[in-house]
Design a protein around this ligand. Structure first.
Ligand SMILES: [Zn+2]
Ligand SMILES: [Zn+2]
Length: 233
């Protein structure tokens, strides 16, 4: 596997219109890394050195457990635990843990090999998005037709757009118009839908039409956190 997977053609991502395009991009890269880490990367010593040190976040451990071979997960865990034994907890049971050991435990809570690789790849993919936006009118139209941009990816896009390799000055206004509309219009519609949903619990509206509001709270969570939520029926 190369430095960046980057096997995702940007145009294909933007040809779909369901949900946030950067969420789709993220999920696609994520699925590839989870498969990679419990598959071919398992036997790559240079990768194992990094995964032993970084470990994985709960979300990605969970995905690895759901999709990866049991033995791969156990072997990854064995050497990760070995690293934890070495760097986080004193061997001498009467010793006070060092600041370094406590810092390592603290760091481990926010450390994930898969998250880091996804972030790096997304950054790379975004630079392609910015190039396309500047040169390809058809791509710009595809961008405009997206369902919405979730809040986190609205931020990510704008921070990256303002940096070197971001959106060219001449395209910034058009970029703002499109991205603001995708985020703001959806936010407004969520607000209206959630509001409509709450009014349906007023006895005066008994038997009324929920319209598009039945999953408005779930869709709002997705907009705010980039993650789907499972709810009770
Ligand atoms: Zn998103
Ligand atoms: Zn992670």
């Amino acid at each position: 596997m190369k430095e960046n997977i980057c096997t995702i053609p940007i145009n294909d991502v933007f040809r779909e219109t369901d949900g946030c395009p950067i969420c789709r991009m993220y999920e696609s890269v994520q699925a590839q890394y989870v498969e990679y880490i419990t598959g071919s990367a398992m036997m790559a010593p240079n990768i194992r050195v990094i995964t032993n040190e970084k470990g994985f976040c709960h979300k990605h451990y969970e995905m690895m457990m759901k999709t990866g071979p049991k033995l791969s997960n156990a072997l990854l865990m064995q050497t990760r635990l070995d690293y934890v034994k070495e760097h986080m907890v004193p061997k001498n049971l009467s010793a006070k843990p060092s600041k370094g050991q406590l810092d390592n435990i603290h760091k481990a809570r926010h450390s994930c090999y898969v998250c880091d690789r996804i972030d790096a790849d997304i950054k790379h993919l975004l630079s392609t998005v910015f190039v396309q936006f500047g040169v390809d009118e058809e791509f710009r139209e595809l961008f405009k037709k997206q369902d919405y941009l979730c809040l986190n990816h609205y931020e990510l896009l704008h921070r990256a757009a303002a940096q070197k390799g971001g959106i060219k000055n001449k395209d910034m206004k058009a970029f703002c118009e499109i991205t603001n509309a995708l985020c703001r219009n959806y936010l407004d519609s969520l607000y209206d839908d959630v509001t409509h949903f709450t009014t349906m619990f007023d006895y005066r509206n008994a038997g009324g039409d929920f319209k598009n509001s039945k999953d408005a709270t779930e869709r709002s969570i997705r907009f705010l956190t980039s993650e789907k939520v499972e709810t009770k029926e």
